[in-house]
Design a protein around this ligand. Structure first.
Ligand SMILES: Nc1ncnc2c1ncn2[C@@H]1O[C@H](COP(=O)(O)OP(=O)(O)OP(=O)(O)O)[C@@H](O)[C@H]1O
Ligand SMILES: [Mg+2]
Length: 274
């Protein structure tokens, strides 16, 4: 049985004047997959997302979302998608709840208030719901932004750099949200510059470089593009993120942090597993 892919891009091109941004992008995203589009600054990730979201016209090639061509069927495409842009699109003057009710009302959905309460609970924002968004932290804004984009249960979600600028805990919260959406069958195309984000979240990873997708596959498949690893013995050192999370991590009642042990009471770590 063949099913229509959630996103199908063929030979997509886009230039600004002489500046060729997309030089023939091909990408297929199966229904229900989480695909990370990786690329350096200016590689054209946002350009691809904007074309898929019908906010920008391509110069050539084709792109279809949920079976609808973005150029000839923009209305159908818009009804199937939601976009969380690179910069949070929440209204700071309104409260979190008001933002959600507003979007649900604009989308002509029944029971905007009920939809808002449900999303507030899902995104752990119920307590802050009555506060103006101006008082929210970056992570809370991001979560509200993603919550707003889920109103109406779109089958395809675009997340443009969903965790840029967030602290490690907020990033993990956003990751959890994305995973839950994927488990519920939503197709997610996310752009990121964080390789660990792609590793954590994506079923498939596509690398955009020089205006084309130069690699596309699962992490295992991409790893196989490199020469076989040589086995070396190296001491396993924690990453800075692991250290940060261990120190600040999920410990609301921070136990009294031991001061640096002195040379005399420092345990002998020789032979201790790290
Ligand atoms: N309206 C525009 N006019 C001219 N050039 C533009 C326009 N929009 C984007 N560009 C250029 O197109 C290129 C791709 O931009 P795009 O925003 O898609 O990159 P990106 O991969 O999303 O980068 P970032 O990681 O910084 O978000 C950049 O060189 C950018 O300067
Ligand atoms: Mg961008």
């Amino acid at each position: 049985m063949t099913t229509t892919p959630a996103i199908e891009i063929t030979g997509l091109t886009k230039s600004y004047g002489d500046h060729v941004v997309l030089a023939g992008v091909d990408l297929t995203v199966p229904v229900g997959a989480v695909v990370a589009l990786l690329g350096s600054n200016g590689a054209g990730k946002t350009t691809v997302v904007r074309i898929l979201a019908t906010l920008l016209r391509a110069d050539g090639g084709t792109a279809a979302v949920h079976g609808h061509d973005v150029a000839s069927r923009p209305q159908e495409v818009r009804e199937s998608i939601s976009l969380t842009g690179q910069f949070a699109a929440v209204d700071e003057v309104l409260t979190g709840r008001e933002n959600l009710v507003l979007v649900a009302t604009l989308r002509h959905l029944p029971d905007p208030r009920g939809i808002a309460e449900d999303l507030l609970a899902r995104f752990a924002l119920t307590e802050a719901a009555g506060r103006r968004v101006a008082t929210y932290s970056g992570g809370m804004r991001r979560r509200l932004d993603i919550a707003m984009s889920l109103i109406g249960d779109p089958p395809v979600l675009f997340l443009d750099e969903p965790t840029t600028g967030l602290d490690p805990q907020s990033r993990i919260e956003v990751w959890r949200t994305v995973r839950e959406l994927a488990d519920g069958g939503t197709t997610v195309l996310l752009t990121t510059q964080y390789l660990d984000e792609a590793e954590q979240l994506a079923d498939r990873i596509a690398i955009l470089h020089g205006g084309r997708i130069i690699a596309d596959g699962t992490l295992d498949e991409l790893e196989r593009l490199l020469p076989p690893a040589t086995v070396e013995y190296v001491e396993k050192r924690p990453t800075l993120e692991e250290i940060f999370l261990a120190i600040v991590g999920d410990r609301p009642d921070r136990p009294d942090r031991p001061d640096r042990p002195s040379q005399t009471d420092r345990p002998d770590r020789a032979g201790g597993a790290r």
